[in-house]
Design a protein. Sequence first.
Lengths: 326, 327
Amino acid sequence: MSEWRYGLNEQRGTLMAVGIFLVMFVIYVSNHPAGLTANVVQTASNKGVLLAFVAMAQTLVVITAGIDLSVGMIFILTNALASWLVLGTPLETAFGVFAVLATGLACGALNGLIVIYGRLQPIVATIATGAVFFGIALLLRPFPGGSVNEDLADMMTGRIFGVIPSSLVALVAIVLLIWVPFSRSVLGRAAYASGSSEVAAYMSGVPIRRAKFMAYTLSGLLASIGGLFLTFFTYTGEAALASGNAYTLFSIASVVLGGVSLFGGKGSAIGAIFGALAFRTIGDLLFVFDFDPLWQPLFQGVVLLVAVSLGAFGLFRVRNRLEWFG
Amino acid sequence: MSDTTREQPMTPPKLLRRLDPAISTAFACIILLLVIGSFYSTSFLSPEYLLQQLKVASFLGVIATGMMIVILLGQIDLSVPWSVAVGGMMACAAAAYGPAGEILAIPFGILCGMVIGLANGIGVAYLRIPSMIITLATNAVAQGLMVVYTGGFSPQDSATSAMRYLATGFLLPGVPNAVLIWAIVGAAAVFVLTRTTFGRSVYGIGNRERAAYLSGINTRRIVLIAFVVSGALSAFGGVLLAGYASKAAQSMGDTYLLPSIAAVVLGGTSILGGRGSYLGTVAGVILITLLQSILSVMQMPEAGRQIIYGVVIIAMLLLYGRSPANR
């Protein structure tokens, strides 16, 4: 195979996600009563970016063949925290943003410590830490409320030059600042290696533990950036269990749509971002076609079910039945 | 409960030798909780209170039984919240359809749970989708269906008298029916897990599915059946809960996912599958219920409860639920 075809094959999942998103977005915009205006794009991007950050967080962990069922709760916790801290003078606000991000980093690091050095199963461990994070969020915000530095919030949710949604710019900036350096570093490659075969990675002397720890920690950081943006959009903090669970679930759906293998070692955060944007657009399609909003949870559930079942097509390529049990 | 322990024909020394350290830790924690509770309130050790706790525990016990079979396979069932809610809501919904509905209410609720379990089982066994993903997805679909069905309002139908009798009545004087049902479900689980080929196959698949397949077990069918059983038991738990509260609620299952996993895992069942006994699950269920009860007696707010849950589960897992160091 020539080199560009090899590269194309490697990026197939990501390209599929981009394709699904483009098709969905075109259907969405062409049926939207207002058509393609800066306003429509801004609203869509603001909603999509929240899920995109959480999906990126999930991707980092999924690449190492783990799963983080606490991303939604870190998202909620940092939202509750931001509604207390991201306030006041620019200096205080900057300190608040820093504190929120540090909290996310700490939550991720805690998950990493428990899963890697405690050697617990990621599913159970992150469900349990998720309960702890939600408890802390509930302590911070027993009732919805609080506020945020509105100048900063408006700046982050508005438009640059009246055209480009600034939330989208922030998303690109985060990708360039966190995902690109990570995926190109030694630790990033080690994360991929340990996801695709931990034994082989171990035998080759790849720093598995540090790579996984880095992945979990950065995942917490990305989830907290999502929480920060949620605060910018809503101007309040709320410890909503349903919303935390929904974001965890949707992050997994986005990751699957984005071509990231749940068995680890394959896929990229770019794919997951487009998966998240596509998932959001699919959910919003119901509104432009004037469906009852009651149908939305069912519709999103079915999309998720279909998305995860698509992975089963690989079974047709299996020659030896023993490969079923991988 | 005692009849489930007596099911295993063991002589005392063998029992001591075979007693899992996890199970003894769990029982030690139960005694510790009772002692702490008795310092807090003298009525904590009264038979009425303990029987009441056992009754509350039996709902979790029925749900955790299904979860345990799935965990023994090395899988997990995250569709418990809405399987429970679907069971309760559909049983109550059937009750609205005249006398025939009254009779069929309980079987219909359980049947709906079995359908969810069937979807999970097909996904895991035949499509080879990771169980935590497919069960999350069916959970979301079940939630969506129920939201559409109720129109977003809390369901109006109420439980039948049979459901109320199962959850709150007394067939034997002094023993609540719910406890009796848990004892029957538990005894059946012990029998199936230790005395039938299905049970042995479950342990075998949990240890190594490839080896189980090569030794002639139809592993996919066993996995499918296990998920259907789990869905049925979750829905049955929902039916009992609806009978207990005399109506179903949308979020009635949300508080059962973490406790049911925790009860199974705290009872020494390996989350990787293939290892664990029902006695441990019984201990885990009682431990979790007592913990909940003590926290509510201490008037701990919801936030504190969530934190303590999480911390207790992680601490117990770190004590004896760790994977081997070298892989």
